[in-house]
Design a protein around this ligand. Structure first.
Ligand SMILES: CC(C)(COP(=O)(O)OP(=O)(O)OC[C@H]1O[C@@H](n2cnc3c(N)ncnc32)[C@H](O)[C@@H]1OP(=O)(O)O)[C@@H](O)C(=O)NCCC(=O)NCCS
Length: 175
């Protein structure tokens, strides 16, 4: 079975599933996000982060990567968050214990399928913003076909520059 590129001792071989988040998952998702540089940089306190995650699960599109009952990561997006027209990928995060196993890519693949489904066509467009110093995430996005649009200096935090990226998503087999 080759659902993950590599299997960590903590992951069972039945693979990782992507499922919708429920309100009761917000605590675990908040812990994962707060455990990342991203969470600590953009949310001043854990309680503010927890409120934001709970609202995201309630109001936005929010999916979990689950393996053997453990939530390993999640993806959070809005259907028309970019220019009130296109999907905007707000956050993708994987618990650092489970990184580099293909889970981030699996979440993004799922997101792209959702973009096509929500758009109801064979072609869609996605936008996201990534920190200038977040080389790991930039590599992931570039490897999946995202292109840089422009730099956005100090967009969320003074002194931290962001990069706007976009991708045209095509249904498999379409040009
Ligand atoms: C970005 C993130 C989601 C990637 O998750 P992941 O499960 O480790 O990613 P994957 O294992 O699916 O990686 C797929 C590819 O992305 C690239 N990549 C991922 N992390 C990388 C890193 N730290 N450095 C370099 N390349 C990286 C590689 O090309 C990798 O393919 P390879 O393993 O065949 O070389 C994870 O590192 C994370 O949660 N970071 C903190 C939160 C964050 O910054 N999110 C993005 C901004 S919203």
């Amino acid at each position: 079975m080759k659902l993950l590129q590599k299997i960590s001792p903590d992951l069972n071989e039945s693979g990782t599933r992507i499922i919708s988040a429920r309100p009761e998952d917000s605590e675990r998702c908040s812990e994962i996000l707060y455990g990342s540089t991203l969470g600590k940089r953009y949310y001043p306190t854990f309680s503010m982060l927890k409120k934001a995650v709970a609202a995201g699960i309630r109001n936005d599109h929010f999916f979990l990567a689950v393996n053997g009952g453990t939530i390993c990561g999640f993806i959070w997006f809005t259907a028309k968050g970019a220019f009130a027209l296109y999907p905007y990928l707000h956050i993708v995060v994987v618990d650092d214990h489970y990184r580099k196993l293909g889970i981030g890519k699996k979440l993004l693949d799922y997101y792209e399928e959702e973009c096509l489904r929500l758009g109801g066509g064979l072609k869609g467009r996605s936008y996201l913003v990534v920190s200038e110093d977040n080389v790991g995430a930039q590599n992931l996005y570039s490897s999946m076909g995202y292109k840089m649009v422009s730099e956005l200096p100090g967009l969320f935090r003074k002194g931290f520059n962001e990069i706007l990226m976009t991708k045209t998503i095509l249904k498999a087999g379409k040009k």
